[in-house]
Design a protein around this ligand. Structure first.
Ligand SMILES: Cc1cc2nc3c(=O)[nH]c(=O)nc-3n(C[C@H](O)[C@H](O)[C@H](O)COP(=O)(O)OP(=O)(O)OC[C@H]3O[C@@H](n4cnc5c(N)ncnc54)[C@H](O)[C@@H]3O)c2cc1C
Length: 282
């Protein structure tokens, strides 16, 4: 016979943190769209689960001077509806997650908790240098998302900590997300590419998903694109990028992936050409 699972159901953030401190092996559950699949397939059988769905603080988001703090329990549907104008890259990625039912339940907090290299919410956080806010009864700490995700399905949260929120700047330029799967919808990414242009820093940031144990920033491709925009005077001139530069960018994106795969090059070239067209025509 299966052992019963104890369900802890805090009503407030303070209660949730106290319960996690008292029972560090209790597994948090938000939308349940990853966890319930694991339970159904007998890949997880926790003694206790910490149901976070009644904690109002996790559903809040706020903006302060161009920076956003988004509670771990904000769903993909709300991100698209309420934050699509400020976070277009994350909104495009969110629209590719599962089905409307999954987007109504699933959260970026859960995507971070699972820390899958195929998590579509993660590359848009990497290209915005997002930070993850972790909390316990002993305090709060923040760390860059690239340090938080430590490996495939591994993250840096301690057993007594919960993910409270993530922090990132609102978009200052064009952002794109492109994903390839084995079919058009309801699909895990075979590979994905997130791209953000930051005009005030004259930077182009690119991150590949499903390309290795964690999402990977394509740093050489980023430096190349920023160099082309600078050297050719494109920031001021607002001219299209040359095909050869887009090709080279794609090749450098592909080279950053492990394993190297030309599909990633295609995604890189496509995402940069879309984003630069949007940026220069804005
Ligand atoms: C049919 C289907 C299609 C899907 N399609 C996609 C897709 O296209 N792209 C994609 O990226 N994902 C997809 N997923 C996976 C899933 O929907 C996402 O990973 C989603 O973001 C998980 O969020 P959740 O709130 O449901 O997490 P949950 O299942 O509740 O939790 C996931 C993990 O995070 C932990 N966790 C949750 N909240 C917290 C917190 N506040 N603090 C600490 N730990 C926490 C949990 O303990 C668990 O380990 C799909 C799933 C299904 C079932």
């Amino acid at each position: 016979m299966l052992e019963p699972v104890e369900i802890l159901a805090p009503d407030t953030w303070g209660e949730a943190l106290a319960m996690k401190a008292a029972q560090p092996d209790a597994v948090p559950i938000a939308g349940g769209t990853d966890l319930m699949v694991a339970l159904n397939f007998d890949r997880a059988r926790p003694a206790a689960m910490l149901d976070l769905t009644r904690v109002p603080e996790l559903r809040d988001w706020s903006a302060d001077d161009g920076r956003l703090r988004i509670g771990a329990g904000v769903t993909y549907t709300r991100l698209i509806d309420e934050l699509g104008d400020r976070l277009p890259g994350l909104a495009i990625a969110s629209r590719t997650v599962g089905s409307p039912q999954i987007r109504n339940r699933g959260t970026v907090g859960g995507n971070l908790g699972t820390a899958s290299p195929a998590g579509d919410g993660l590359p848009p956080l990497y290209v915005s240098d997002a930070e993850v806010e972790l909390a316990s009864t002993t305090g709060t700490r923040r760390m860059p998302v690239a340090e938080f995700v430590t490996g495939p399905k591994r993250n840096a949260a301690r057993d007594d900590e919960l993910i409270a929120a993530f922090h990132l700047p609102a978009a200052a330029g064009a952002q794109q997300f492109a994903k390839i799967g084995t079919r058009n919808a309801m699909v895990i990414a075979v590979c994905s590419l997130s791209l953000a242009i930051w005009p005030e820093r004259r930077a182009v940031c690119a991150c590949i998903g499903s390309a290795g144990p964690t999402p990977i920033r394509a740093t050489e491709a980023e430096a190349f694109a920023a160099g082309v925009l600078d050297e050719e005077g494109l920031w001021e001139g607002r001219r299209p990028m040359a095909d050869a530069a887009l090709e080279r960018f794609g090749a450098l994106v592909a080279a950053a992936a492990a394993p190297i795969d030309d599909v990633r090059g295609v995604l890189g070239r496509r995402a940069l050409s879309w984003a630069w067209e949007e940026q220069r025509c804005a």
